[in-house]
Design a protein around this ligand. Sequence first.
Ligand code: C5P
Length: 457
Amino acid sequence: MLGSSPEHDGAPHDSPSRAMLGNRRLRLRNPALSASRSILLIIGGGIAAYKCLELIRRLKDRGIVTRAILTKAGEEFVTPLSVGTLCGERCFTDLFSLTDEADIGHIALSRSTDLLVVAPATADLIAKMATGLANDLASTALLATDKRVLIAPAMNPRMWQHPATRRNMAQLEKDGVLVVGPNSGAMAERGENGPGRMAEPAEILAAIELALAGEATAQQRAIGFLGRLPGGAANPPGALAGRHVLVTSGPTHEAIDPVRYIANRSSGKQGHAIAAAAAAAGARVTLVSGPVALPDPAGVETVHVESAREMLAAVEAALPATIAVFTAAVADWRVADEAPEKMKKDGSALPPLALVENPDILATIAHLQSGRPDLVVGFAAETENVVAYAQAKLARKGCDLIVANDVGGTGVMGGDANTVHLVTSDGVESWPTLAKREVATRLVAHIARLAAARAGA
Ligand code: C5P
């Protein structure tokens, strides 16, 4: 049974779709950011420990030097040899090792680094950190350090929700510890589901890069840490507290037959960033995502769909919402008669591909007679007459705000930057070219103000 060792929390396993995502490469931010940066990775005892091997590989790709401490319980899941091999130097395990102390003492180990990262941060390690226990190398390094600490919690949902863990987490947040995850989902234990899955390596890497750059994670911003951390544009914490925000993101795939589909170049980066920024502003967020190679944003309920019709159904099921942001690049058309079997090249006629129009999700929700969100926001990806087309779209679709962007040959689709114009019936506000994450943060602040004005707040 899982959970027998002191810090063995029965942490979650990967779902098949997650594993698939792990195989795709994610484009990450400015490589210069991580030049000559180093972390001390403390690997706790949970099933999610295996994800640290992938994390170390990704850290190496980004030029972040990684030293690792493996706890006794961690050794039940990954070996010092595999960790050490990936790090390119010996993995530390023992507090009372004369060799290690002669080599690099535990105090020096915890200070000769830029950031300490605990992953998986088990309930046991979190409890030790919250109370200042130091009875092994990991907890001693954590108590002895003068550097910032980022934790990626991973445990069974009941353990995560237990009042003791809640108290310990509150203490760590007070102490300025940075947190990434956990995500919600299936656990290693059969039938167990809920918050407790460790954040994915890509999410932990993103949080490490933010921490190394002196910024807070989205979650940190949500709970108002910016006062204590330097840098990082952010929304006032809680600007969307108590609101349910619905976001669509990514492309849709419209099946031609069981193996072929019609798609577009949308990466989902902008929509996912908006969902994360809304969560950071305190909203409960439902993200309805088409097929993308991005991890689910932490703290966001993500529903995965393929087609436009599935996306509409998921959006309708997620209502009511106070605010709906339709960022997805929904396919305008689908194949009229999806073939039940793979279509064959028979050497004669080309297959006739008749198309029919997909439901317009944005227009459907914006025109709802009852249950319409207070604020409905659409996007308009155009290659010419960007603002004029967006103004026409605003009226036609019945939404309150259109975020128009020029996608003509600028690498916006799939890229990391965006130049947007905010079009309402009152006029147009044009923003400079910004990182999609920054567009998301500003847009959420803008939307929060509009929603507050509408509610008469
Ligand atoms: O008509 P067009 O595709 O340019 O409209 C873009 C906006 O409408 C985006 O907000 C997109 O998410 C939304 N949309 C939709 N359902 C469709 C087509 C577009 O929600 N079938």
